[in-house]
Design a protein around this ligand. Structure first.
Ligand SMILES: NC(=O)c1ccc[n+]([C@@H]2O[C@H](COP(=O)([O-])OP(=O)(O)OC[C@H]3O[C@@H](n4cnc5c(N)ncnc54)[C@H](O)[C@@H]3O)[C@@H](O)[C@H]2O)c1
Ligand SMILES: [Zn+2]
Length: 691
């Protein structure tokens, strides 16, 4: 043993301060400043120094403690059985050494020992107490002895039974488990937060822990939290189960979830095989795990092994490579998607994250860049989990170089040089080049040709890419001008397949209005919305002319989709594309409008003055839904004028020209009759209106 020198004392003090701070940020603020990998490295270093110099160990050293003391905002709950940490193994050798250690202590052959293995869920640990089968309290781990009472929050989780299933619940059950958020739910939660400028979480663990520690359970209730049990701390009367795995199965009978991946294996080889196999499947699990927990399965042997201060001797956590790493942000490039969305992409100094080399990560949008406060040259934390695109989650403080550069959002599309637009209230900036933008063109054409759109058989993605790259096709209409002879010049495209493609293009010309609308690739207009629009308006013309209010009158169309539709049809080049398609022979049967007749088809109406029962736009929408065109001025051809309060010159003109005039009451009565399917205007003249 060497004598500790000043340098070493300083290092120990620095590590402790850093780890204390990291613990506070991780466990109390749910806002870590270090990646887990950096944290683990420091903890390991401190442990190594303390092993070398046991005289330096203090009871308050981060190596001796678990978690962090409970936050004052919650009632304290003392754990009847402490909630400990787990020893870690970072390699297969360390795993084998664990098995060896256990066998030596038990004085048995390691090859005869059974271990129960399960994923180490990366969430927040909680303990639930059931008395007489009823949930009486729930708590966080806190510092292991005392946790935070978060019973009302835990009650909002559907996976936490308020009452245990079965006729004979135990008199007392204290069960422990992990509260997690699955990847898909986490992405949705953060996407919502980004859209609403709410709190964006770095990872599902922070989101789960933060959600559980909300002072208002109604907030917790909105978070997609899931509880999965992994340990029984107390059960009375004691059941006959002799193993941990049997006890876990028993929990299932009570209506508690346990891991589907739980398996009992034998000896070091079994343990190592399990860890390898689960490691390979890690990305496909749909939730974060940071390793495997390996427990001696026999409960009697567990008791024999007992505990050390911080962790049980009968269990170990095999740690997988961390899902967060730090690296340098070398540059930011801007990518253009199918709908023109411009996404800033971080070009990174390549770094291995959970076994995969990552050199790009998404920065989402300008708001996210502002939220992160990130600059080119910064050291950033990257997260890669499952199939989700790697993300920049945080800037590492204090590492910004002097020559760091600000990230400047382009004003023009990096692909087609069209103006970049950012709509009021929208986080996303978009290229306004529509089908003209090569970046959007390929995707727009793929969408246009896809099965649910125009269903152009034989026009696959690769072919579309070739056609666009050769400039043979710039708009969808160009597709219909392709000739078999020319197509046959393309690589791997014989005479036969060229002719087949031309034939399927011919077939695709006869489509439906709904498919056509969907094929246009208007933002947020999916198949169902397209079908509603087709049914509602009946003709493409009525849809193209519709104002925002009229669009909002369509089932499932809210203000945002209405705005997208409105903007789309106001773009001259989109109109040109549509005209061009129709000129190329695209056609469809007109739809039966929402089962309703269109008594005003072919008529032009004018609205003037103020209506008491609706806005003028709403009136317009209802007329349009009945097939009418609504114009801004009165002429001889005007079928009728609706005159509200304070009508002026239009009313005069209508009277001069002999155009029928309806006051609001008469208008409402007629609307009611028309909408009910009564096309004879005169019959409803005397009806009383109900506004
Ligand atoms: N980034 C940071 O700043 C920071 C700070 C503190 C801690 N940490 C991370 O937390 C780790 C230490 O945390 P710890 O003390 O909770 O130990 P741990 O995470 O290594 O292991 C104990 C925990 O494992 C969990 N667990 C998951 N599945 C389990 C299962 N099937 N059976 C039993 N337990 C299961 C439980 O919640 C338990 O509390 C560090 O290694 C580090 O990765 C990070
Ligand atoms: Zn563009």
């Amino acid at each position: 043993m060497t004598q500790p020198n000043q340098q070493l004392l300083d290092e120990v003090a620095r590590l402790r301060a850093e780890l204390d701070d990291a613990n506070y940020r991780y466990y109390v603020l749910d806002d870590p400043s270090l990646t887990d990998a950096d944290y683990d490295r420091r903890l390991r270093r401190l442990q190594a120094l303390e092993v070398e110099h046991p005289e330096l160990v203090t009871p308050d050293s981060p190596t001796q403690r678990v978690g962090a003391p409970p936050d004052a905002g919650f009632p304290e709950i003392e754990h009847a059985v402490p909630m400990l940490s787990l020893d870690n193994a970072f390699s297969e050798e360390e795993l084998a050494a664990f098995v060896q250690r256990v066998a030596e202590r038990l004085e048995c052959d390691p090859e005869t020992l059974d271990f129960c293995c399960e994923p180490k869920l990366d969430g927040a640990a909680v303990s639930l107490v059931y008395e007489g089968g009823v949930l009486v309290s729930g708590a966080t781990r806190g510092d292991g002895r005392t946790g935070e009472g978060i019973t009302s929050n835990l009650r909002t989780l559907r996976s936490v039974p308020l009452k245990l299933r079965g006729d004979r619940p135990p008199a007392l059950l204290e069960v422990r488990g992990e509260v997690v958020i699955e990847h898909a739910d986490f992405e949705a939660l953060n996407a919502r937060a980004r859209a609403e400028e709410g709190k964006v979480f770095a990872n599902p663990r922070n989101a789960a822990a933060g959600s559980l520690r909300q002072l208002d359970p109604r907030v917790t209730a909105t978070r997609p939290l899931r509880f999965s049990a992994y340990q029984v701390a107390r059960i009375e009367p004691a059941p006959g189960d002799a193993t941990h795995s049997a006890l876990m199965a028993h929990l299932g009978d009570f209506g508690l979830r346990t891991s589907r991946e739980l398996a009992v294996v034998r000896g070091a080889e079994g343990v190592v095989d399990y860890c390898r196999a689960l490691g390979e499947r890690r990305d496909g699990l749909g939730y974060d795990i940071d390793g495997v927990v390996i427990k001696v399965d026999d409960l009697r042997l567990q008791r024999e092994l007992g505990f050390v201060s911080r962790a049980p001797r009968w269990a170990i956590a095999f740690k997988f490579p961390a899902q967060e790493q730090t690296t340098r942000l070398n540059d930011v490039e801007f990518q253009v998607g199918r709908t023109g969305a411009i996404t800033p992409v971080a070009r990174l100094e390549p770094v291995s994250v959970a076994g995969v080399t990552v050199s790009n990560a998404t920065l989402h949008n300008a708001d996210e860049i502002a939220r992160l406060g990130v600059m080119i040259g910064d050291t950033v934390a990257i997260r890669r989990a499952g199939d989700v695109i790697p993300q920049v989650v945080r800037v590492v403080e204090g590492e910004r170089p002097e020559d760091a550069r600000e990230i400047v959002f382009p004003e023009r599309c990096p692909v087609c040089d069209s103006q970049v637009e950012r709509l009021e209230g929208e986080a996303v900036a978009r290229c306004s080049g529509g089908l003209y933008c090569p970046a959007q063109r390929k995707e727009a054409l793929k969408h246009f040709a896809s099965r649910r759109a125009l269903d152009i058989d034989g026009l696959g993605e690769k072919l579309i890419e070739q056609l666009v790259e050769r400039d043979w096709v710039t708009t969808p209409a160009d597709l219909f001008r392709l000739e078999a002879e020319r197509l046959a010049e393309l690589p791997r495209m014989g005479q036969k397949s060229s002719e087949n493609l031309v034939a399927s293009l011919e077939k695709a010309r006869a489509t439906t209005l709904a498919r056509f609308i969907y094929a246009l690739g208007i933002r947020e207009v999916g198949e169902a919305t397209a079908a509603n629009l087709a049914r509602h308006f009946g003709t493409l013309e009525a849809l193209m002319e519709a104002e925002v209010e009229a669009l909002e009158a369509v089932e499932d169309v809210g203000p945002i989709v209405a705005a997208h539709l409105h903007t789309f049809f106001r773009q001259p080049h989109n109109r040109e594309t549509i005209d061009d398609l129709i000129a190329c022979g695209l056609r469809w049967e007109e739809e039966a409008v929402g089962e309703r007749p269109k008594p005003l088809a072919g008529q032009t109406w004018v609205l003037t003055g103020t209506l008491a029962s609706m806005t003028r736009d709403q009136g317009k929408a209802r007329l349009q839904a009945l097939g009418a065109k609504v114009a801004g001025s009165v002429s001889k051809k005007t079928a009728g004028l609706v005159a509200g309060e304070a009508a002026g010159s239009k009313l005069e003109k209508a009277m001069q020209l002999g155009v029928p005039v309806l006051d609001e009451a008469a208008f409402l009565a007629r609307l009611a009759a028309w909408e009910a399917g009564d096309s004879d205007m005169n019959q409803s003249d005397d009806e009383e209106s109900e506004a």
